[in-house]
Design a protein around this ligand. Structure first.
Ligand SMILES: C[S@@+](CC[C@H](N)C(=O)[O-])C[C@H]1O[C@@H](n2cnc3c(N)ncnc32)[C@H](O)[C@@H]1O
Length: 237
């Protein structure tokens, strides 16, 4: 017994010193992601269009990308994280092509995990109520991504250029969707991120990085806010 206690104490002291000197595993993850982000994103954004805008004016950003890179041609728009439907409504107004298709995915039960201090598990909960869209180009896929996206992706046949809008905030949700859409992602696919740098780049950015690593994908940033929080990229490989 005394030996075990002594061993435990030594272990605890060593652990405390490691924490003081180096921080927690979460600190390491954040440190790594920020360094990786800084080494990657400015370089990939050399030719990007930069524009500054407030959150409530996100539609202006979508408008510019739609005009400049999509040209109001028909798209297959897939949005992950619909909540009350604001960003999906913006896209319906912006891309008016009759053969565009719009798919919105959400559980309408809010975030499945804690995220930011002011956005815990359940944030953005719509009590399961689906937003209404008076536009027959829209389909809503109701449920946890982990229960809906795989079946959707297997059955889906793209008809138009793919535009993916990731607005689900979490690493798990973002990575899950990207991995399950990989069979449809091509050079030319556009992907928007709404909270690209959140939690020290450990959510959407880290999910994109891990997806690209696992699926041998590469991209160039086509448009961004100067702080890189909201960003659009085009897949090049
Ligand atoms: C920031 S809100 C979306 C905001 C919306 N795009 C807008 O314009 O108002 C994030 C949404 O992602 C959804 N979400 C996140 N992870 C999910 C998952 N794994 N499955 C289903 N829905 C998820 C939440 O329910 C929440 O409604």
């Amino acid at each position: 017994m005394p030996q075990v206690e002594a061993g435990n104490t030594a272990h605890l002291v060593k652990h405390a010193i490691t924490l003081l000197m180096h921080g927690t595993v979460s600190d390491w993850n954040k440190h790594f992601s920020v360094r990786d982000f800084n080494a990657t994103i400015p370089e990939k954004s050399k030719d990007a269009m930069f524009m500054d805008f407030e959150y409530r004016e996100r539609w202006k950003f979508y408008h510019c990308v739609n005009q400049r890179f999509i040209g109001n041609k028909p798209i297959d728009y897939l949005e992950f994280g619909v909540a009350g439907g604001d960003s999906l409504r913006s896209w319906l107004r912006l891309n008016t092509h009759a053969t565009s298709r719009f798919y919105g995915f959400d559980s309408f039960r809010g975030l499945p995990e804690d995220w930011l201090t002011d956005s815990p598990k359940g944030a953005f909960d719509q009590q399961g109520r689906l937003p209404q869209f008076e536009d027959d180009r829209v389909s809503i896929i109701d449920g946890l991504f982990q229960e809906t996206v795989d079946a959707f992706s297997r059955a889906f046949t793209p008809r138009n250029r793919l535009v993916i809008h990731m607005d689900a905030d979490l690493y798990s949700s973002t990575l899950y969707c990207l991995m399950h859409l990989d069979r449809h992602i091509r050079p030319g696919t556009i992907i928007f991120f709404d909270e690209f740098t959140a939690r020290d780049c450990t959510d959407e950015y880290a999910a994109l990085r891990d997806y690209c690593t696992a699926c041998y994908r590469d991209y160039t940033v086509i448009a961004s806010r100067p702080d890189f929080v909201k960003l659009a990229l085009e897949i090049v490989r």
